[in-house]
Design a protein around this ligand. Structure first.
Ligand code: UD1
Length: 354
């Protein structure tokens, strides 16, 4: 089988491509090799175990130039920085929404199954359970409410432009592809693993923690550190994607799948896990009293649907995944911690922190 992987030269794409090739597939990447993600684009191309077509998923011409023989489309290419999305609004809409619409149109026109990556950002603050008010979505109804795991049929309540674009992209995929070809949409939680872009200050907290650990700096935890995330190891995400490619839903019945570990971990615990993976002593954690526009407090995936379908369940827990990421990334080139300070300053300058 020949699989087109958009964004294939990136973190998740490289892992997926290696897995598919090991199972006997051919892979072709459509990737723009953006400098924000790829400090060394040539190396990314060399590492990809197939051909890389350089092109922009939001540019119709890039799709027209693709060769024949493609049998399935995995659409990973996206702009992924939550904070950055709050001021690069047009760019995020163009790449994430228009790019997905074109990917789905391409799949539908060629009769190919489509697997499209969304994000848990569509849930925003997600589901809460309260002894007084019952289940609510998108925020805490009162002090007695506790965060609960989000389910695939929960309503969308994005709080960032990034989340909005992922929600609109899902709708675009359904509109363009679902009637014609099998469509699966996967919503990963926070993905961790070796190969993450360490130069990009918009990829998330763990690359920031790595940079700070390497410089002997205390890890900056924004707020009290009681925010929670669901960390999923990239190998668990890729196992689910490979399974979804083999087990397609019927056309006209789009399938949405959460992807996470199903376990909630606080930011302070994540910082401790990162520290435990570092080969040097860390000065620990320092709390910074800041809130970034678009940030959510809590996220966790409900995995019941995966279990019902017999899809592979996650094998990694957050602590081991984070410690392993730090260990394996320690000697790899990456940006200094100042890049994350600059990204936060940029948000503050634009009035996007409080
Ligand atoms: C992340 C991804 C996003 C992805 C989503 C779901 C970004 C940058 N990354 O979003 O692409 O779709 O997961 O998988 O959007 N924090 C600190 N100190 C720091 C940096 C961050 O305490 O130095 C805090 C943040 O305030 C937040 C938490 O860590 O509470 C996680 O932040 P981050 O990883 O940047 O973003 P996510 O919203 O989890």
């Amino acid at each position: 089988m020949t699989v087109l992987v958009t964004g294939g030269a990136g973190f998740i794409g490289q892992h997926l491509a290696r897995r598919l090739v090991a199972a006997g597939a051919d892979v072709l990447a459509l990737d723009l090799l953006l400098p924000q993600v790829h400090a060394d684009p040539d190396r990314a191309v060399e590492a990809f175990p197939g051909r890389v077509a350089v092109g922009d998923v939001a540019d119709e011409a890039a799709w027209g130039d693709l060769p024949g023989g493609i049998e399935a489309v995995v659409h990973l290419a996206a702009e992924t920085g939550t904070g950055q999305s709050m001021y690069e609004v047009e760019r995020y809409h163009r790449v994430n929404v228009e790019g997905t619409r074109l990917a789905a149109g391409f799949a539908a026109a060629r009769g190919l199954p489509l697997l499209s990556l969304s994000s848990r950002a569509v849930y925003g603050e997600g589901r809460y359970g309260c002894p007084e008010h019952g289940t609510t979505f998108g925020g805490r109804c009162c002090g007695r409410a506790a965060p609960a795991a989000s389910r695939e049929d929960d309503p969308h309540h994005p709080v960032s432009v990034y989340g909005e674009t992922k929600s609109l992209a899902e709708a675009a995929a359904v509109e363009a592809a679902a009637g014609a070809v099998p469509l699966t949409v996967v919503r990963p939680q926070n993905v961790v693993g070796p190969g993450q872009a360490l130069h990009n200050p918009y990829t998330g907290v763990l690359a920031a923690f790595l940079a700070m650990l390497r410089e002997g700096r205390a890890l900056t935890v924004y707020g009290d550190g009681h925010q929670t995330r669901d960390l999923v190891h990239v190998s668990d995400l890729v196992a689910l994607l490979a399974w979804a490619l083999e087990h397609q839903p019927p056309p006209g019945e789009p399938r949405i799948l959460n992807c996470g570990s199903g376990v909630r971990t606080t930011l302070v615990e994540l910082a401790e896990a990162a520290i435990s993976g570092a080969p040097v002593r860390s000065p620990g954690v320092t709390h910074v009293d800041v809130h970034r526009a678009g940030d959510i407090d809590h996220a966790c995936a409900d995995l019941d649907r995966l279990r019902e379908l017999g899809a592979p369940e996650p094998r990694w827990g957050a602590h081991d995944a984070v410690a392993d990421f730090i260990r394996r990334s320690w000697d790899r080139p990456g940006a200094g911690a100042a890049a994350w300070d600059a990204a936060l300053d940029e948000l503050a300058r634009r009035g996007l922190t409080s």
